[in-house]
Design a binder for this molecule. Structure first.
Ligand code: UD1
Ligand code: CA
Length: 499
Protein backbone atom coordinates (compact mmCIF):
# COMPACT_ATOMS: atom_id res chain seq x y z
CA UNK A 1 0.00 0.00 0.00
CA UNK A 2 1.13 3.49 -0.87
CA UNK A 3 1.47 5.48 2.34
CA UNK A 4 1.81 9.19 2.89
CA UNK A 5 2.85 11.03 6.01
CA UNK A 6 0.01 12.63 7.98
CA UNK A 7 -0.16 16.39 8.39
CA UNK A 8 -0.27 15.93 12.16
CA UNK A 9 -0.59 13.43 14.97
CA UNK A 10 -2.38 14.46 18.17
CA UNK A 11 -1.52 12.27 21.18
CA UNK A 12 -4.03 12.53 24.05
CA UNK A 13 -2.45 12.44 27.49
CA UNK A 14 -4.55 14.80 29.60
CA UNK A 15 -6.56 12.18 31.52
CA UNK A 16 -6.02 11.50 35.22
CA UNK A 17 -5.46 7.73 35.22
CA UNK A 18 -6.77 7.37 38.77
CA UNK A 19 -6.95 3.57 38.61
CA UNK A 20 -3.17 3.35 38.68
CA UNK A 21 -3.33 4.55 42.32
CA UNK A 22 0.05 6.15 41.84
CA UNK A 23 1.88 9.37 42.59
CA UNK A 24 3.39 8.96 39.12
CA UNK A 25 1.15 10.07 36.24
CA UNK A 26 -0.16 7.03 34.36
CA UNK A 27 1.48 7.79 31.04
CA UNK A 28 4.89 8.12 32.71
CA UNK A 29 4.88 4.55 34.03
CA UNK A 30 7.52 2.58 32.13
CA UNK A 31 7.39 -0.72 30.30
CA UNK A 32 10.02 -2.02 27.92
CA UNK A 33 12.44 0.75 28.89
CA UNK A 34 10.23 3.70 27.95
CA UNK A 35 7.26 5.48 29.45
CA UNK A 36 3.84 4.63 28.04
CA UNK A 37 3.87 8.11 26.54
CA UNK A 38 7.32 7.48 25.09
CA UNK A 39 5.99 4.44 23.22
CA UNK A 40 3.03 6.46 21.93
CA UNK A 41 5.36 9.20 20.69
CA UNK A 42 7.70 6.69 19.03
CA UNK A 43 4.76 5.18 17.11
CA UNK A 44 3.50 8.64 16.16
CA UNK A 45 6.95 9.74 14.98
CA UNK A 46 7.22 6.58 12.89
CA UNK A 47 4.51 7.95 10.60
CA UNK A 48 6.69 10.97 9.78
CA UNK A 49 4.10 13.61 10.66
CA UNK A 50 4.70 17.24 9.79
CA UNK A 51 3.45 18.18 13.27
CA UNK A 52 3.24 16.18 16.51
CA UNK A 53 1.16 17.53 19.38
CA UNK A 54 0.75 16.05 22.87
CA UNK A 55 -2.29 17.22 24.86
CA UNK A 56 -1.68 17.51 28.62
CA UNK A 57 -3.55 18.64 31.71
CA UNK A 58 -3.33 16.23 34.66
CA UNK A 59 0.18 16.46 36.27
CA UNK A 60 1.02 18.94 33.54
CA UNK A 61 4.41 19.99 34.91
CA UNK A 62 5.74 16.45 35.22
CA UNK A 63 4.59 15.54 31.74
CA UNK A 64 6.17 18.66 30.29
CA UNK A 65 9.46 17.89 32.06
CA UNK A 66 9.38 14.31 30.78
CA UNK A 67 8.73 15.52 27.23
CA UNK A 68 11.53 18.08 27.49
CA UNK A 69 13.90 15.28 28.53
CA UNK A 70 12.80 12.61 26.06
CA UNK A 71 10.95 14.22 23.17
CA UNK A 72 11.85 17.92 23.01
CA UNK A 73 10.65 18.08 19.41
CA UNK A 74 6.94 17.63 20.24
CA UNK A 75 4.51 20.50 20.60
CA UNK A 76 2.59 20.69 23.87
CA UNK A 77 -1.07 21.69 23.99
CA UNK A 78 -2.98 22.35 27.20
CA UNK A 79 -6.51 21.07 27.66
CA UNK A 80 -8.74 23.40 29.68
CA UNK A 81 -11.36 22.44 32.28
CA UNK A 82 -13.86 21.21 29.70
CA UNK A 83 -13.59 17.40 29.89
CA UNK A 84 -13.61 14.73 27.22
CA UNK A 85 -11.64 13.38 24.31
CA UNK A 86 -13.38 15.77 21.92
CA UNK A 87 -12.23 18.78 23.89
CA UNK A 88 -8.74 17.30 24.17
CA UNK A 89 -8.44 17.03 20.39
CA UNK A 90 -9.92 20.50 19.93
CA UNK A 91 -7.24 21.93 22.24
CA UNK A 92 -4.58 19.93 20.39
CA UNK A 93 -5.69 21.29 17.02
CA UNK A 94 -5.17 24.85 18.23
CA UNK A 95 -1.44 24.06 17.96
CA UNK A 96 -1.69 22.51 14.49
CA UNK A 97 -0.86 25.03 11.79
CA UNK A 98 -1.92 22.89 8.82
CA UNK A 99 -5.35 23.68 7.39
CA UNK A 100 -5.93 20.45 5.47
CA UNK A 101 -4.70 16.88 5.23
CA UNK A 102 -4.90 13.81 7.42
CA UNK A 103 -4.68 14.01 11.21
CA UNK A 104 -4.10 10.95 13.38
CA UNK A 105 -5.39 10.82 16.96
CA UNK A 106 -3.78 8.36 19.37
CA UNK A 107 -3.62 7.86 23.15
CA UNK A 108 -0.63 8.28 25.42
CA UNK A 109 -1.51 5.11 27.36
CA UNK A 110 -1.61 2.60 24.45
CA UNK A 111 1.99 1.34 24.34
CA UNK A 112 1.83 -1.58 21.90
CA UNK A 113 0.50 0.45 18.98
CA UNK A 114 3.03 0.44 16.17
CA UNK A 115 3.87 2.99 13.51
CA UNK A 116 3.21 0.37 10.81
CA UNK A 117 -0.42 0.07 11.88
CA UNK A 118 -0.82 3.85 11.91
CA UNK A 119 0.64 4.02 8.40
CA UNK A 120 -1.84 1.35 7.26
CA UNK A 121 -4.63 3.39 8.82
CA UNK A 122 -3.56 6.52 6.93
CA UNK A 123 -3.30 4.56 3.67
CA UNK A 124 -6.73 2.89 4.06
CA UNK A 125 -8.26 6.23 5.04
CA UNK A 126 -6.83 8.15 2.10
CA UNK A 127 -7.54 5.42 -0.46
CA UNK A 128 -11.19 5.30 0.61
CA UNK A 129 -11.38 9.09 0.43
CA UNK A 130 -12.87 8.88 3.93
CA UNK A 131 -13.56 11.78 6.28
CA UNK A 132 -12.90 9.54 9.29
CA UNK A 133 -11.40 6.07 9.62
CA UNK A 134 -11.46 4.54 13.09
CA UNK A 135 -9.21 1.68 14.11
CA UNK A 136 -11.53 -0.95 15.60
CA UNK A 137 -11.18 -4.45 17.03
CA UNK A 138 -13.46 -7.35 17.87
CA UNK A 139 -13.04 -8.42 21.48
CA UNK A 140 -14.52 -11.11 23.73
CA UNK A 141 -15.46 -8.62 26.45
CA UNK A 142 -16.34 -5.19 25.06
CA UNK A 143 -17.54 -3.83 28.42
CA UNK A 144 -16.58 -0.19 28.91
CA UNK A 145 -15.58 0.50 25.31
CA UNK A 146 -17.37 2.58 22.73
CA UNK A 147 -19.18 0.34 20.20
CA UNK A 148 -18.94 0.72 16.44
CA UNK A 149 -22.37 1.18 14.86
CA UNK A 150 -22.39 0.01 11.24
CA UNK A 151 -24.79 0.51 8.31
CA UNK A 152 -27.11 -2.39 7.47
CA UNK A 153 -24.72 -3.76 4.85
CA UNK A 154 -21.84 -3.40 7.31
CA UNK A 155 -19.51 -1.41 5.02
CA UNK A 156 -19.98 2.06 6.51
CA UNK A 157 -19.72 3.28 10.07
CA UNK A 158 -22.72 5.35 11.12
CA UNK A 159 -21.45 6.29 14.54
CA UNK A 160 -19.92 5.23 17.85
CA UNK A 161 -21.91 4.86 21.05
CA UNK A 162 -20.20 4.92 24.42
CA UNK A 163 -20.83 1.97 26.75
CA UNK A 164 -22.52 4.22 29.30
CA UNK A 165 -24.86 5.66 26.67
CA UNK A 166 -25.56 2.38 24.85
CA UNK A 167 -28.83 0.42 24.77
CA UNK A 168 -28.84 -3.25 25.78
CA UNK A 169 -28.76 -4.36 22.14
CA UNK A 170 -25.91 -1.94 21.32
CA UNK A 171 -23.94 -3.38 24.24
CA UNK A 172 -24.16 -6.73 22.45
CA UNK A 173 -21.89 -5.36 19.67
CA UNK A 174 -18.38 -6.81 19.99
CA UNK A 175 -16.62 -4.37 17.63
CA UNK A 176 -15.04 -1.71 19.82
CA UNK A 177 -13.53 1.71 19.25
CA UNK A 178 -9.79 1.63 19.96
CA UNK A 179 -9.74 5.42 20.26
CA UNK A 180 -7.26 5.68 17.38
CA UNK A 181 -8.42 7.45 14.25
CA UNK A 182 -7.44 9.10 10.99
CA UNK A 183 -9.43 12.27 10.28
CA UNK A 184 -9.70 14.74 7.48
CA UNK A 185 -8.50 17.85 9.27
CA UNK A 186 -11.17 20.20 7.89
CA UNK A 187 -14.00 17.79 8.74
CA UNK A 188 -12.55 17.30 12.23
CA UNK A 189 -12.26 21.01 13.02
CA UNK A 190 -15.76 21.66 11.74
CA UNK A 191 -17.40 18.74 13.59
CA UNK A 192 -15.63 19.47 16.89
CA UNK A 193 -17.21 22.91 16.79
CA UNK A 194 -20.63 21.26 16.72
CA UNK A 195 -20.42 18.68 19.53
CA UNK A 196 -21.84 19.19 23.00
CA UNK A 197 -21.72 17.51 26.38
CA UNK A 198 -25.23 16.07 26.42
CA UNK A 199 -24.35 12.50 27.33
CA UNK A 200 -24.04 10.15 30.32
CA UNK A 201 -20.62 11.57 31.32
CA UNK A 202 -21.20 15.24 30.53
CA UNK A 203 -18.08 15.28 28.36
CA UNK A 204 -17.24 16.37 24.83
CA UNK A 205 -16.98 13.02 23.07
CA UNK A 206 -14.57 12.80 20.15
CA UNK A 207 -16.64 9.83 19.05
CA UNK A 208 -19.53 12.16 18.19
CA UNK A 209 -17.47 13.42 15.24
CA UNK A 210 -18.14 10.16 13.40
CA UNK A 211 -21.93 10.48 13.60
CA UNK A 212 -21.75 14.16 12.53
CA UNK A 213 -19.54 13.39 9.53
CA UNK A 214 -21.84 10.56 8.52
CA UNK A 215 -24.94 12.81 8.80
CA UNK A 216 -23.17 15.33 6.58
CA UNK A 217 -23.00 12.60 3.94
CA UNK A 218 -19.30 11.90 4.29
CA UNK A 219 -17.58 8.55 4.19
CA UNK A 220 -16.81 7.06 7.62
CA UNK A 221 -14.97 3.76 7.77
CA UNK A 222 -13.45 1.39 10.29
CA UNK A 223 -10.24 -0.55 9.84
CA UNK A 224 -10.50 -3.68 11.97
CA UNK A 225 -7.27 -4.88 13.51
CA UNK A 226 -6.80 -8.58 14.27
CA UNK A 227 -4.36 -7.61 16.98
CA UNK A 228 -6.66 -6.42 19.77
CA UNK A 229 -3.82 -6.30 22.30
CA UNK A 230 -2.03 -3.69 20.20
CA UNK A 231 -4.75 -1.14 20.86
CA UNK A 232 -5.21 -1.92 24.55
CA UNK A 233 -4.64 0.81 27.11
CA UNK A 234 -3.04 0.40 30.51
CA UNK A 235 -5.61 1.56 33.04
CA UNK A 236 -4.29 -0.13 36.19
CA UNK A 237 -1.13 -1.91 37.29
CA UNK A 238 -2.47 -5.33 36.40
CA UNK A 239 -2.89 -4.22 32.79
CA UNK A 240 0.47 -2.46 32.96
CA UNK A 241 2.17 -5.76 33.81
CA UNK A 242 0.21 -7.64 31.14
CA UNK A 243 1.13 -5.12 28.48
CA UNK A 244 4.74 -5.11 29.69
CA UNK A 245 4.92 -8.89 29.33
CA UNK A 246 3.29 -8.76 25.91
CA UNK A 247 5.63 -6.03 24.74
CA UNK A 248 8.60 -8.10 25.91
CA UNK A 249 7.26 -11.15 24.09
CA UNK A 250 7.01 -9.10 20.88
CA UNK A 251 10.50 -7.64 21.29
CA UNK A 252 12.02 -11.11 21.87
CA UNK A 253 10.20 -12.48 18.85
CA UNK A 254 11.56 -9.65 16.70
CA UNK A 255 15.13 -10.44 17.77
CA UNK A 256 14.72 -14.19 17.29
CA UNK A 257 13.32 -13.66 13.78
CA UNK A 258 16.33 -11.43 13.06
CA UNK A 259 18.80 -14.19 13.99
CA UNK A 260 19.37 -13.95 17.74
CA UNK A 261 19.21 -17.11 19.88
CA UNK A 262 17.13 -16.59 23.03
CA UNK A 263 17.31 -19.81 25.00
CA UNK A 264 14.56 -19.04 27.52
CA UNK A 265 12.13 -16.29 26.50
CA UNK A 266 10.22 -16.73 29.77
CA UNK A 267 13.15 -15.39 31.84
CA UNK A 268 14.54 -12.88 29.34
CA UNK A 269 13.59 -9.19 29.39
CA UNK A 270 14.75 -6.87 26.65
CA UNK A 271 13.86 -3.18 26.35
CA UNK A 272 12.53 -1.72 23.13
CA UNK A 273 15.69 0.22 22.25
CA UNK A 274 18.20 -2.62 22.72
CA UNK A 275 20.02 -3.82 19.60
CA UNK A 276 21.50 -7.30 19.22
CA UNK A 277 23.74 -8.63 16.45
CA UNK A 278 23.23 -11.76 14.43
CA UNK A 279 24.01 -15.09 16.11
CA UNK A 280 24.34 -13.58 19.56
CA UNK A 281 23.14 -16.02 22.22
CA UNK A 282 21.07 -14.84 25.18
CA UNK A 283 21.07 -17.43 27.97
CA UNK A 284 18.37 -17.69 30.68
CA UNK A 285 17.84 -14.97 33.26
CA UNK A 286 19.08 -11.97 31.25
CA UNK A 287 17.73 -8.41 31.34
CA UNK A 288 18.97 -6.00 28.70
CA UNK A 289 17.95 -2.43 29.39
CA UNK A 290 18.11 1.03 27.89
CA UNK A 291 20.43 1.56 24.94
CA UNK A 292 22.31 -1.71 25.42
CA UNK A 293 23.96 -2.94 22.23
CA UNK A 294 25.10 -6.55 21.88
CA UNK A 295 27.57 -7.47 19.13
CA UNK A 296 27.42 -10.42 16.76
CA UNK A 297 28.17 -13.86 18.19
CA UNK A 298 28.38 -12.50 21.74
CA UNK A 299 27.15 -14.81 24.51
CA UNK A 300 25.25 -13.11 27.36
CA UNK A 301 24.20 -14.94 30.53
CA UNK A 302 23.08 -16.80 32.33
CA UNK A 303 21.80 -14.21 34.81
CA UNK A 304 22.99 -10.80 33.63
CA UNK A 305 21.52 -7.33 33.99
CA UNK A 306 23.05 -4.94 31.47
CA UNK A 307 21.91 -1.33 31.23
CA UNK A 308 23.19 1.06 28.57
CA UNK A 309 26.06 -1.34 27.99
CA UNK A 310 27.88 -2.00 24.72
CA UNK A 311 29.16 -5.53 24.24
CA UNK A 312 31.54 -6.26 21.36
CA UNK A 313 31.36 -9.14 18.91
CA UNK A 314 32.17 -12.59 20.32
CA UNK A 315 32.46 -11.29 23.89
CA UNK A 316 31.20 -13.48 26.73
CA UNK A 317 29.43 -12.00 29.74
CA UNK A 318 28.34 -14.28 32.59
CA UNK A 319 26.35 -13.38 35.75
CA UNK A 320 27.19 -9.70 35.51
CA UNK A 321 25.50 -6.46 36.56
CA UNK A 322 26.60 -3.63 34.29
CA UNK A 323 25.63 0.00 33.88
CA UNK A 324 26.98 2.38 31.22
CA UNK A 325 29.95 0.18 30.37
CA UNK A 326 31.71 -0.88 27.17
CA UNK A 327 32.95 -4.45 26.80
CA UNK A 328 35.29 -4.93 23.87
CA UNK A 329 35.16 -7.65 21.22
CA UNK A 330 36.18 -11.12 22.39
CA UNK A 331 36.46 -9.88 25.97
CA UNK A 332 35.19 -11.99 28.87
CA UNK A 333 33.37 -10.73 31.96
CA UNK A 334 32.10 -12.57 35.02
CA UNK A 335 30.86 -14.49 36.82
CA UNK A 336 29.68 -12.30 39.73
CA UNK A 337 31.03 -9.05 38.31
CA UNK A 338 29.82 -5.47 38.77
CA UNK A 339 30.65 -2.98 36.03
CA UNK A 340 29.76 0.57 36.96
CA UNK A 341 29.54 3.65 34.74
CA UNK A 342 32.63 4.53 32.79
CA UNK A 343 34.05 1.03 32.61
CA UNK A 344 35.63 0.28 29.23
CA UNK A 345 37.28 -3.08 28.65
CA UNK A 346 39.44 -3.50 25.56
CA UNK A 347 39.39 -6.27 23.00
CA UNK A 348 40.16 -9.74 24.45
CA UNK A 349 40.40 -8.25 27.94
CA UNK A 350 39.06 -9.97 31.02
CA UNK A 351 37.22 -8.83 34.13
CA UNK A 352 36.67 -11.87 36.30
CA UNK A 353 34.81 -13.04 39.37
CA UNK A 354 34.01 -10.71 42.27
CA UNK A 355 35.53 -7.69 40.56
CA UNK A 356 33.93 -4.23 40.72
CA UNK A 357 34.99 -1.54 38.28
CA UNK A 358 34.05 2.12 37.91
CA UNK A 359 35.35 4.79 35.56
CA UNK A 360 38.10 2.42 34.48
CA UNK A 361 39.65 2.12 31.04
CA UNK A 362 41.18 -1.33 30.79
CA UNK A 363 43.29 -1.93 27.69
CA UNK A 364 43.33 -4.66 25.08
CA UNK A 365 44.37 -8.08 26.39
CA UNK A 366 44.53 -6.68 29.94
CA UNK A 367 43.14 -8.80 32.75
CA UNK A 368 41.59 -8.17 36.14
CA UNK A 369 40.73 -11.78 36.85
CA UNK A 370 39.82 -12.06 40.55
CA UNK A 371 38.40 -10.25 43.59
CA UNK A 372 39.42 -6.66 42.84
CA UNK A 373 38.12 -3.10 42.97
CA UNK A 374 39.22 -0.92 40.05
CA UNK A 375 38.01 2.67 40.31
CA UNK A 376 39.16 5.82 38.46
CA UNK A 377 41.86 3.91 36.66
CA UNK A 378 43.58 3.47 33.36
CA UNK A 379 45.21 0.10 32.72
CA UNK A 380 47.40 -0.41 29.68
CA UNK A 381 47.28 -3.25 27.17
CA UNK A 382 48.47 -6.69 28.21
CA UNK A 383 48.65 -5.80 31.90
CA UNK A 384 47.62 -8.31 34.57
CA UNK A 385 46.14 -7.17 37.85
CA UNK A 386 46.75 -9.82 40.54
CA UNK A 387 43.97 -11.24 42.66
CA UNK A 388 42.49 -8.99 45.35
CA UNK A 389 44.12 -5.80 44.12
CA UNK A 390 42.40 -2.63 45.30
CA UNK A 391 42.60 0.70 43.52
CA UNK A 392 42.22 3.02 46.55
CA UNK A 393 40.76 5.99 44.70
CA UNK A 394 39.13 7.90 47.55
CA UNK A 395 41.00 9.73 50.28
CA UNK A 396 37.82 10.50 52.20
CA UNK A 397 37.42 13.84 50.48
CA UNK A 398 38.31 13.49 46.84
CA UNK A 399 38.63 10.83 44.15
CA UNK A 400 41.98 10.39 42.41
CA UNK A 401 43.14 8.49 39.36
CA UNK A 402 45.57 5.62 39.04
CA UNK A 403 47.49 4.89 35.86
CA UNK A 404 48.97 1.47 35.22
CA UNK A 405 51.06 1.14 32.06
CA UNK A 406 51.32 -1.60 29.44
CA UNK A 407 52.38 -5.17 30.25
CA UNK A 408 52.55 -4.49 33.98
CA UNK A 409 52.33 -7.34 36.53
CA UNK A 410 50.56 -6.12 39.66
CA UNK A 411 51.08 -8.69 42.41
CA UNK A 412 48.19 -10.19 44.35
CA UNK A 413 46.74 -8.15 47.20
CA UNK A 414 48.38 -4.92 46.08
CA UNK A 415 46.81 -1.62 47.11
CA UNK A 416 47.35 1.19 44.61
CA UNK A 417 46.82 4.43 46.53
CA UNK A 418 45.74 7.14 44.08
CA UNK A 419 46.98 9.38 42.67
CA UNK A 420 49.75 7.07 41.56
CA UNK A 421 51.27 5.78 38.32
CA UNK A 422 52.97 2.50 37.48
CA UNK A 423 55.16 2.61 34.38
CA UNK A 424 55.17 0.27 31.39
CA UNK A 425 56.60 -3.17 32.03
CA UNK A 426 56.82 -2.61 35.80
CA UNK A 427 55.73 -5.05 38.52
CA UNK A 428 54.66 -5.04 42.14
CA UNK A 429 55.23 -7.80 44.66
CA UNK A 430 52.35 -9.52 46.37
CA UNK A 431 50.94 -7.41 49.19
CA UNK A 432 52.54 -4.16 48.07
CA UNK A 433 50.95 -0.85 49.06
CA UNK A 434 51.91 1.41 46.17
CA UNK A 435 51.97 5.04 47.35
CA UNK A 436 54.77 6.35 45.10
CA UNK A 437 55.01 6.18 41.32
CA UNK A 438 56.78 3.09 39.99
CA UNK A 439 59.15 3.77 37.05
CA UNK A 440 58.94 1.67 33.87
CA UNK A 441 60.49 -1.76 34.31
CA UNK A 442 60.87 -1.46 38.13
CA UNK A 443 59.67 -3.89 40.76
CA UNK A 444 57.91 -2.25 43.70
CA UNK A 445 57.90 -4.13 46.99
CA UNK A 446 57.22 -2.96 50.52
CA UNK A 447 55.51 -5.83 52.31
CA UNK A 448 56.95 -6.53 55.78
CA UNK A 449 59.87 -8.99 55.70
CA UNK A 450 58.91 -12.52 56.70
CA UNK A 451 60.39 -14.12 59.82
CA UNK A 452 59.89 -17.86 60.44
CA UNK A 453 59.75 -18.89 64.12
CA UNK A 454 60.91 -22.50 63.86
CA UNK A 455 59.02 -25.11 65.94
CA UNK A 456 56.41 -22.64 67.18
CA UNK A 457 53.48 -25.07 66.70
CA UNK A 458 55.33 -27.88 68.46
CA UNK A 459 55.75 -25.66 71.54
CA UNK A 460 52.63 -23.51 71.55
CA UNK A 461 50.02 -25.87 70.04
CA UNK A 462 51.14 -29.11 71.57
CA UNK A 463 48.53 -31.88 71.47
CA UNK A 464 46.71 -30.53 68.43
CA UNK A 465 46.28 -32.04 64.98
CA UNK A 466 48.50 -29.20 63.73
CA UNK A 467 51.33 -30.39 65.97
CA UNK A 468 50.90 -33.97 64.69
CA UNK A 469 50.96 -32.79 61.08
CA UNK A 470 54.00 -30.57 61.60
CA UNK A 471 55.91 -33.28 63.44
CA UNK A 472 55.19 -35.86 60.70
CA UNK A 473 56.37 -33.45 57.99
CA UNK A 474 59.53 -32.52 59.90
CA UNK A 475 60.31 -36.20 60.56
CA UNK A 476 59.89 -37.02 56.87
CA UNK A 477 62.17 -34.11 55.89
CA UNK A 478 64.89 -35.25 58.26
CA UNK A 479 64.93 -38.76 56.73
CA UNK A 480 67.94 -39.21 54.46
CA UNK A 481 67.16 -38.53 50.75
CA UNK A 482 63.97 -36.45 51.40
CA UNK A 483 63.27 -33.72 48.82
CA UNK A 484 62.33 -30.14 49.48
CA UNK A 485 58.57 -29.50 49.19
CA UNK A 486 59.04 -25.86 48.30
CA UNK A 487 57.61 -24.93 44.88
CA UNK A 488 59.53 -23.29 42.08
CA UNK A 489 58.22 -19.80 43.04
CA UNK A 490 59.63 -19.95 46.55
CA UNK A 491 62.80 -18.12 45.62
CA UNK A 492 60.87 -15.37 43.85
CA UNK A 493 58.74 -14.82 46.92
CA UNK A 494 61.82 -14.59 49.08
CA UNK A 495 63.21 -11.94 46.83
CA UNK A 496 59.99 -9.94 47.05
CA UNK A 497 59.48 -10.21 50.74
CA UNK A 498 62.87 -10.42 52.43
CA UNK A 499 64.72 -7.22 51.76
C1 UD1 B 1 -12.52 6.39 24.93
C2 UD1 B 1 -13.57 6.42 23.81
C3 UD1 B 1 -14.15 5.03 23.63
C4 UD1 B 1 -13.07 4.03 23.35
C5 UD1 B 1 -11.99 4.10 24.44
C6 UD1 B 1 -10.83 3.22 24.09
C7 UD1 B 1 -14.54 8.65 23.81
C8 UD1 B 1 -15.71 9.48 24.20
N1 UD1 B 1 -14.60 7.38 24.14
O1 UD1 B 1 -13.21 6.05 26.11
O2 UD1 B 1 -15.09 5.03 22.57
O3 UD1 B 1 -13.60 2.73 23.26
O4 UD1 B 1 -11.52 5.43 24.59
O5 UD1 B 1 -9.94 3.18 25.14
O6 UD1 B 1 -13.61 9.14 23.20
N2 UD1 B 1 -8.15 12.12 27.54
C9 UD1 B 1 -7.78 13.44 27.48
N3 UD1 B 1 -8.63 14.39 27.95
C10 UD1 B 1 -9.84 14.08 28.46
C11 UD1 B 1 -10.23 12.73 28.50
C12 UD1 B 1 -9.38 11.76 28.03
O7 UD1 B 1 -6.68 13.74 27.03
O8 UD1 B 1 -10.57 14.99 28.86
C13 UD1 B 1 -7.23 11.10 27.05
C14 UD1 B 1 -6.80 10.17 28.16
O9 UD1 B 1 -5.59 10.62 28.76
C15 UD1 B 1 -6.59 8.86 27.41
C16 UD1 B 1 -7.58 8.94 26.26
O10 UD1 B 1 -7.90 10.30 26.11
O11 UD1 B 1 -5.29 8.76 26.87
C17 UD1 B 1 -8.82 8.12 26.52
O12 UD1 B 1 -9.43 8.55 27.69
P1 UD1 B 1 -10.35 7.60 28.52
O13 UD1 B 1 -10.97 8.36 29.63
O14 UD1 B 1 -9.62 6.38 28.85
O15 UD1 B 1 -11.48 7.29 27.44
P2 UD1 B 1 -12.66 6.32 27.63
O16 UD1 B 1 -13.73 7.03 28.33
O17 UD1 B 1 -12.18 5.05 28.17
CA1 CA C 1 -9.47 4.11 28.61
Amino acid sequence: METSAPAAVVVLAAGAGTRMKSRTPKVLHPIGGRSLLGHAITAAEGTGPAELVVVVRHERERLIQHLADHAPEVTIADQDEIPGTGRAVQCGLEKVSASSGTVLVTYGDVPLLEAGTLRELVAAHEQAGAAVTVLSARVADPTGYGRILRSDDGTEVVGIVEHKDATESQRGIDEINSGIYAFDLQVLRDALGRIGTDNAQGEMYLTDVLGIARSDGRTVRAMVTEDAMMVEGANDRVQLAQLGAEMNRRILERHMRAGVTIVDPSTTWIDADVSIGTDAVILPGVQLHGATDIGEDAVIGPDCTLRDTEVGARAEVVRTHSVLAVIGPEATVGPFTYLRPGTALGARGKIGGFVETKNAQIGEDAKVPHLSYVGDAEIGEGTNIGAATIFANYDGQRKHRTTVGKHVRVGSDSVLVAPVAIGDGAATGAGTVVRKDVPPGALAVNAVAQRNVEGWTLRRRAGTAAEDAARAALDAQSEPGAESTAGPDADDNKEHLQR
